[in-house]
Design a protein around this ligand. Structure first.
Ligand SMILES: *Cc1c(COP(=O)(O)O)cnc(C)c1O
Length: 471
């Protein structure tokens, strides 16, 4: 039974009545998702940006009518238009970015987060959500730091925020230790662009960026760079990457950690992509050395199959997070804290904060470590299979064997303009979403395989699409 238009403004999502109000609306949403996906009929809408914009305008205008349409009509029209116009990572040919197909169980849990709307800036807005976040963050931190007594993690909006927090914590730790020179960041050219933005945001000198022609941070070059810096008391933060965004390469973490020890530098590891290999018994060995970082970025909205946002910043000891402590009388007054109300404000730079942890906690519980590890292994195996296929085709060049689940390739001998043209043709036709990555060898098509249910037939079809789009 559709909700009468006149009732829409009266219905709330919470309380005992909330679920009853939501149920018919969810029917509308689910039907619109299915209809929209069928309208699209592929991994992304055909026709390019202008055609998509025209269809969205037709559905969405007037954006702010004087008199509303009611829930059913608005949900049906806009959800259908969004689904029809989406790049849908559940389609195995939508494989450009670290943009994962969310698990149904995680999306279902996320609905509860929206309905209850706990806000994680004070205990009196999130009594249970705060505790669930503490438990879940600690469990995930123990995956990174299994041998430490008190590891911890913060929930973030993703690797970008985690990298910012890592640089901020390093800057503040250096200040507390009495450093007078600004923190110097040293990273590879393969590091994520957010590291450079974070340095800019935090008013730190631009990172010293070491060329990475092999795709990973070379310990010999890192040693030379660190040896040339003035050394203590001049503070240095080395940023290594476990799973680069362009190629999925993993920097040699143990050797980098050794160099950090030797030169008294702090180590941050950006494992936004590769971190979830920790769930797999067979693949976690690739992250050897991860536990030597002072801060580690980890995203579960990549290999982790969460709807965004689901980022984490893990630390070996909760004391590392102390610089984030902050006081606002209405949220964590001294006397409230002394009386036993948990103080949540130091767990983020945000104030109002959504319980992204709920979908993560539900997923961890529902699948277990083995279940998640199995999905990670499937995605990596599909990438290996894609690399095999490409290797077997004389008309295609493979960049390298995938380190995680990213495969770079291109039509043999294609120049950058031709590679870019293949990608845009497939986008315009709505047939495949492939990314692009530039290495020393030029421009490549990038397939980031995150759909664990990708079949060999999907990969053969993807290869055939590229071959068919090559002039
Ligand atoms: C994706 C990614 C980021 C950025 O993470 P967001 O979740 O998009 O903010 C940072 N570093 C690496 C290596 C990444 O792959």
């Amino acid at each position: 039974m559709p909700v009468p238009a006149s009732a829409t403004a009266r219905l709330l999502a919470g309380g005992i009545e909330g679920p009853r109000a939501l149920r018919p609306m969810l029917d509308t949403v689910l039907d619109a998702l299915a209809t929209g996906a069928a309208d699209r009929g592929g991994p992304l809408p055909p026709g390019g940006p202008r055609a998509v914009a025209r269809r969205v305008r037709a559905a969405a205008e007037p954006v702010l009518p004087t008199v509303g349409t009611g829930a059913h009509q608005a949900l049906h029209t806009l959800v259908r238009a969004l689904a029809a116009g989406s790049a849908d990572p559940a389609d195995p040919h939508c494989t450009a970015h670290l943009h994962c197909p969310p698990l149904a169980v995680a999306a279902a849990a996320d609905l509860a987060a929206s309905a209850l709307n706990p806000s994680l800036d004070s205990w009196d807005q999130a009594p249970a959500a705060g505790e669930l976040e503490t438990l879940t963050c600690r469990a995930l931190a123990r995956l990174v730091h299994p041998h430490r007594p008190d590891p911890d993690a913060l929930a973030t909006t993703g690797g970008t925020e985690a990298n910012q927090l890592a640089l901020l914590l390093a800057r503040e730790a250096a200040r507390t230790a009495g450093a007078t020179a600004p923190l110097r960041i040293v990273c590879g050219a393969n590091a994520h662009h957010s590291v450079h933005r974070a340095a800019w945001l935090l008013n730190l000198p631009a990172p010293l960026t070491i060329p990475t022609p092999s795709g990973v941070l070379d310990p010999a070059r890192l040693h030379d760079t660190l040896a040339e810096l003035p050394g203590p008391p001049h503070p240095v933060l080395v940023v290594a990457t476990a799973g680069t965004t362009d190629t999925g390469a993993i920097d040699p973490l143990p050797r980098i950690a050794d160099l950090c020890d030797r030169h008294a530098a702090t180590l941050h590891i950006d494992a936004a992509y590769g971190g979830p290999l920790l769930f797999s018994d067979t693949l976690r060995t690739r992250l050897h050395g991860l536990d030597r970082a002072r801060t580690t970025a980890l995203d579960l909205h990549k290999l982790g199959w969460q709807p965004a946002a689901a980022g984490l910043l893990a630390v070996p000891d909760s004391a590392v997070l102390a610089p984030l402590a902050h006081r606002a009388d209405y949220l964590n007054a001294h006397d409230d804290t002394a009386a036993g109300l948990p103080d949540l404000l130091g767990r983020s730079l945000r104030t109002t904060r959504r319980p992204d942890i709920l979908k993560i906690a539900v997923t961890l519980r529902a699948l277990g470590r083995r279940g998640l590890g199995d999905l990670v292994e499937r995605a990596c195996a599909a990438a290996q299979h894609l690399a095999d296929l490409i290797d077997s085709r004389p008309g295609l060049d493979l960049y390298a064997r995938p380190a995680i689940s990213t495969v770079l390739f291109r039509p043999a001998g294609a120049d950058p303009a031709a590679v870019a043209a293949v990608r845009r043709r497939l986008l315009r036709e709505g047939r495949a979403v492939l990314g692009r990555a530039t290495t020393c060898e030029g421009l490549w098509l990038k397939a980031t395989v995150l759909n664990p249910h990708t079949q060999p037939s999907d990969l053969r079809a993807l290869v055939a699409l590229v071959e068919g789009s090559t002039p």
